[in-house]
Design a protein around this ligand. Sequence first.
Ligand code: AP5
Ligand code: MG
Length: 190
Amino acid sequence: MKNIVLFGAPGAGKGTQAVLLKERYNLIHISTGEVFRYNIKKQTELGKLAKTYIDKTQLVPDEVTINMLIAEVERFPDANGFIFDGFPRTRSQAETLDKFLNERDQEINAMIILEVPEDILIKRILSRGLTSGRSNDQSEDKIKIRLQNYYDNTDILKDFYQKQNKYNGIDGVGTVEEIRERIQQIVDKF
Ligand code: AP5
Ligand code: MG
């Protein structure tokens, strides 16, 4: 079983790499951002609630996000493992994920962080914003708020995973293929 937390700032390439990883290792990819966007599109109650936060470039509250994540994981009882993309994003989310997995005799095997300088992150997101339809991709001001949010709430989780010896930082600048190879070198070890 391989359970991977794919970590990094907005625009770091988590979604891009998760799609490649899930094919290679036969894992289930859960992106909390994508689940929220799907629910917003379908106008579900969860989607309507999440939209109020995402439109303000805020994190969706922990309780809502955690319940959704658990429901997603439980849809795949026979999974070979999971790639968590965009989750956990707060200490409470990280602790709950550990507890949830431990109760099932599982654990996070590795946290892999894609390290990308801020100017490149902004360029990538603005460029994606030309076609993504994601309102928060289209203004540099909103992107900067998202990045600040990441530094304030999420970046601290590096320490959480370092203490568990699960932290793996990789250079997230390069071609998609180069970065895929860097990630695979880590995943192949466990
Ligand atoms: P989410 O969807 O997770 O957004 P994010 O973290 O801001 O990250 P992105 O999806 O923007 O970036 P990515 O790292 O996936 O990069 P990508 O591969 O697309 O969350 C959206 C919102 O939902 C949050 O702001 C929050 O409000 C809410 N939310 C989600 N999870 C939550 C949680 N756990 N708790 C609370 N709230 C939550 O790549 C970016 C671009 O770069 C793409 O165009 C791509 O083609 C390009 N690219 C990728 N790799 C490369 C490369 N190597 N070279 C050049 N370009 C590249
Ligand atoms: Mg993404």
